[in-house]
Design a protein around this ligand. Structure first.
Ligand SMILES: Nc1ncnc2c1ncn2[C@@H]1O[C@H](COP(=O)(O)OP(=O)(O)OP(=O)(O)O)[C@@H](O)[C@H]1O
Ligand SMILES: [Mg+2]
Length: 325
């Protein structure tokens, strides 16, 4: 049985506009999403800001009711059988609060254990085990207010594992973490998977999705536009090379000119320290460099590299447009 089965899921929000002349506007957050996740799979949901990832996760965790379509979690319907689902899943939403800062990590976990009605004997063993799992054993007695962001995020993971859920929803677990903390978070996710948990992960970090996920769904404007293994997604850009050009300030009209070149498939800009990198996808590879240089005439240009496409390049091609990192 699949851990997650989603069919034509849809969610529309109605928001009120104006103070005096009130009108309502409909926002289609999730238009039509279908996918399934096998038991024990680590599945990624990728997509630009506002694509509908969090809204989808909220429907799957029974926090939001779908407008249409259906979803089954561990065999139960998210609307009709929400009560059966809740004790068997865990979720964290990146950057959320929901920990008591004046309490220590241990006391936070004890508090939530009581809330989840865990047996005291279970809690006694489970809390040290979880603190060990997320690498907080030696800091467990300190107040959470003194914790770094990475430590708080790890404590969130421990909290959501208290009742030993078999299915986990991690919505941007490494958001706002420094590279070392983000790497530790990825290791925790891998450890969870080796404990046979099913995990649905959303992230904006492509290398993270590439390193962790068995399959990835790319969602854009509320629809899934690709669903494949990381290697399968990279095949979308097999015919392309990526040219990275260091620039020091690049005006919008130059970007538009580059995008309009017939041999250019996609352009994006990445900020790197004092400079920027113009990332151009083109089937012509290094042969495109002289023409690109002509298009950039008058700009200060640094290093030029031609490389193989990554998952991020596949993503840029799929979601289209220009994405400033
Ligand atoms: N409560 C709400 N009321 C109105 N509109 C909403 C609400 N929640 C989400 N939306 C809208 O639904 C769309 C999808 O939002 P969602 O948070 O699911 O995107 P996301 O993919 O998680 O984005 P991000 O990567 O920025 O977290 C957006 O246009 C958002 O503004
Ligand atoms: Mg989100």
């Amino acid at each position: 049985m699949n851990a997650i089965e989603v069919q034509n899921l849809r969610r529309v929000f109605r928001t009120t506009l104006g103070v005096f002349k009130r009108s309502t506007k409909e926002v289609v957050a999730v238009e039509d999403v279908s996918f399934s996740v096998a038991s024990g799979e680590l599945f990624g949901l990728l997509g630009p800001n506002g694509a509908g990832k969090t809204t989808s996760v909220k429907m799957l965790t029974t926090l939001l009711i779908p407008t249409a379509g259906s979803a089954r979690i561990l065999g139960h319907d998210v609307v009709k059988d929400a009560e059966a689902i809740r004790p068997r899943i865990g979720f964290i939403f990146g950057g959320e609060r929901g920990l008591y800062w004046r309490l220590s990590a241990i006391d936070n976990l004890r508090y939530f254990a009581t809330l989840y009605k865990l047996e005291p004997e279970v809690t006694k063993k489970r809390i040290p085990y979880l603190l060990e799992l997320v690498g907080l054993s030696d800091r467990g007695r300190e107040k959470v207010e003194g914790y770094s962001r990475g430590m708080k995020q790890r404590l969130h993971i421990a909290r959501t594992l208290l009742h030993d859920p078999e299915l986990l929803f991690l919505d941007e677990p490494s958001i706002g973490l420094d590279p070392v903390a983000a790497r530790e978070m990825r290791q925790i996710v891998l450890n969870l998977q080796s404990e046979k948990k099913t995990i649905l992960l959303t992230t904006h970090y492509m290398f993270e999705a590439d390193a962790l996920c068995q399959r990835i769904a790319v969602i854009n404007h509320g629809c899934i536009i690709a669903l494949d293994t990381p290697a399968g997604l990279k095949k979308h850009v097999q015919d392309l090379s990526v040219i990275e050009i260091e620039v020091f300030g690049v005006p919008q009209n130059t970007l538009d000119q580059v995008q309009a070149l017939p041999f250019v498939d996609a352009v994006s800009v990445e900020n790197r320290d004092q400079k920027q990198a113009l990332i151009v996808q083109s089937p012509r590879g290094s042969e495109a460099v002289p023409d690109l240089m002509t298009a950039l005439a008058g700009l200060r240009v640094g290093r030029v590299d031609v490389r193989e496409p990554t998952l991020e390049d596949a993503y840029v091609r799929l979601v289209g447009g220009r994405h400033d990192a």
